[in-house]
Design a protein around this ligand. Sequence first.
Ligand code: SF4
Ligand code: SF4
Length: 460
Amino acid sequence: MKTVKSSFKFRGGVHPDYNKELARGKAIEKMPVPAELVVSMSQHLGAPAKCMVKPGDFVARGQVIGEKNGFISVCVRAPADGKVKAIEKRLGPAGGMADAVILDTTAKPDGEAATAAPILPPLDWRAASREELLKRVEDAGICGMGGAGFPTAVKLNPPPGKRCEYLILNGAECEPYLCADHQVMVERADRIRLGVDIMRKVLGQPAVRIAVEANKPDAVAALEKAFADIEGNVEIVVLPVMYPQGSEKHQIFATVGRVVPEPPALPIDVGCVVENVGTVAAIADAVELGEPLLSRVTTVSGDAVVEPKNILAPCGTKYADLVAFCGGEKVPPAKVISGGTMMGFAVSTLEIATTRTTSGLLLLSSKRVFQYASGACINCGRCLRACPMRLNPAFISKVVDANDVKAAEDAHVMDCIECGACSFGCPAYRTITQSCRRAKASIRARIAAEKAKAAAAAGK
Ligand code: SF4
Ligand code: SF4
């Protein structure tokens, strides 16, 4: 095992104010289970889980309360003992509505109504078969914790004809303010090491690249210690500090110099599987300890919160409870962001609850929030230089403003990774990223409608 500097630098990218000092180095604090949890059935990419409980049911910690509902889907387990108060549509961290189980954790299972202990039996990963390990990852409800939420068992099982040559661990965490992955690498490097051993067995012993930005030297040191005796082609790759270094495609280029072609191509098409460091640690816990993915580390930060922290909280914890655990609001926040400042979503209520992909919650005062009005493009070209996908964001935003989605599609808007680098430096404060999101949503809706029409026609 060796530590190297990245030899590949992608074009574009920006240097936002990172503001990581607020939560950097703060030890992970385990939060007590709140009195009420809001457990979404849609905590992952793909079909929402099918709710398996009804109001009045008692559930035990770890019990499946939402069944995997399709190939690209993941089960949902109860993060704590409790009584189902209601099943309701609730707003999620990214703005969508989904069914959620509202759990009263002060009401405990009683006698006959209690479910048998649901936590999975520990597995000896060396003796277990590849299929058993994949099944464990699936049963533990593990999905990518870096943001996308892709079902991990699907990712670890490449389709016939595809082979994983490189397992890449994403420890870049390039989003401003967020320190959750950083702290997981510092405190849980041994779990990440075990997760890598398990994943290598499942994937057929690929080479390993662990990508960490240069502003996390303590994480690099912890990983070097944990991986010191690992055998085979394993490297920690120290990346330059640059946003969006954590983007999957850019990380593949930065670590192994391979370029993922246009969608629908995936990392596995260039022999790579990329997984977030927190997910890798979750795999170790699921296999060795039989602990499903019921909680995660979330950074709560910003200048409007009393004490920024890295918190291990049950998935389903309301933002209001996270903020209370940080001592409350220092000043009324002018903006609340679910996630980081570059790719996160502004939210209007603290009643939203965390999911398996909630990496951060930011409360920013009016001093940190810039009020602006969008103006006309002055053709400065700054967004073109910033775009890591080599798109023409200025053109795309203009045609989307003119409702010409076809022109945006022709300009490859579907390649946009919604990183926000274009909007970040725009002197006219144009909301370019939102335009890209709008165009992509409209194109996806059109494609889905065309498919449904074709399917209906074929059924006649
Ligand atoms: S156009 Fe998309 S990929 Fe390019 S900088 Fe803007 S948000 Fe990022
Ligand atoms: S950065 Fe803004 S003003 Fe400059 S070209 Fe892009 S959209 Fe136009």
